[in-house]
Unconditional design. Structure first.
Lengths: 128, 151
């Protein structure tokens, strides 16, 4: 009895969430969103804008995850070509995605934001 | 009695192992262990500064630690009896092999008993793991040199 109820509740929780989020002062928010939506392997994404930089955190669809690194590089290249005068950082890692959502949820201010993003970038490059 | 006759008789008497049942048990218990591992991995990602790429090492260490604890308490052998390969193929089986060998040789002393026999079973896992990793890396190096794949 409780199990189907739980499943329904869980599924509802998933459906209500926004799948493509753009956060921060930006003039081209919908443009970035459309750019990510073009790529059909992206399941959810959170984009953080600050100054002249952008943090693009994406989650890739389950079966496409085999090619995660390649798709990440592809997306990075696409953004670099589209915004040559912006410092864009693309990551498909769950940790980066989680922290990006946390930034949006906590509404972190600008002076702390750049430090936080710098920390995340360093974290994403770590290998061991 | 002829040799063939004996074999015939033996085959008739031996009960048929319930393969499907055993496979199902191993599948579900192995899956459960992997689900716990995924939960531990997510725990490290969310509460500590680990990414998906780096969370693997602490996760493996934690899972081996859990298995060692359960072996010491005598619970892991029950899981092993129930699930068979489902409990020995994941990395938890490694922890079980190390600690069960240590417990078995405890009476022979700390150095020659426990120390000498700690990797009696698990030693082959370590050895073949290192050898296999070496050859896989070698093959990949050759492929990269030819230019088929990139690092």
């Amino acid at each position: 009895m409780t199990l189907p109820l739980l499943v329904v509740l869980l599924l509802n929780g998933c459906a209500e969430k926004e799948k493509f989020i753009v956060y921060g002062p930006s003039q081209n928010g919908s443009e970035v969103e459309a750019l990510i939506k073009e790529e059909d392997y992206v399941e959810r994404s959170t984009v953080i804008h600050y100054d002249d930089s952008m943090l693009v955190a994406v989650q890739i669809k389950p079966w496409e995850k085999w090619k995660k690194t390649k798709l990440e590089k592809k997306l990075q290249k696409k953004f670099d070509e589209k915004y040559p005068n912006k410092d864009v950082f693309v990551s498909a890692d769950y940790k980066i995605f989680y922290e990006a959502n946390k930034i949006k949820k906590d509404q972190i201010e600008d002076n702390k934001l750049s430090d936080k993003i710098k920390e995340l970038k360093e974290l994403a490059k770590e290998k061991t | 009695m002829e040799k063939e006759q004996y074999q015939q008789l033996e085959q008739n008497v031996t009960p048929k192992p319930p393969y499907i049942k055993n496979i199902a048990k191993a599948f579900f218990v192995g899956g459960l262990i992997c689900t716990i591992g995924q939960a531990v991995s997510l725990f490290y990602i969310i509460f500590f500064n680990f990414t998906e790429a780096t969370a693997g090492n602490p996760t493996v260490a934690t899972m081996v630690f859990f298995a060692m604890l359960l072996t010491g308490l005598g619970l892991y052998k029950r899981i092993g009896q129930f699930a068979g390969a489902g409990s020995s193929v994941p990395v938890t089986g490694f922890g079980n092999a190390v600690i069960s060998a240590a417990i078995e040789h405890r009476s022979e002393g700390l150095v020659l008993g426990v120390g000498g026999n700690l990797f009696k079973l698990a030693g082959s896992v370590v050895l073949f793991g290192v050898v296999a990793a070496f050859f896989v890396a070698l093959i990949k190096y050759i492929f990269v040199m030819i230019g088929v794949v990139s690092w």
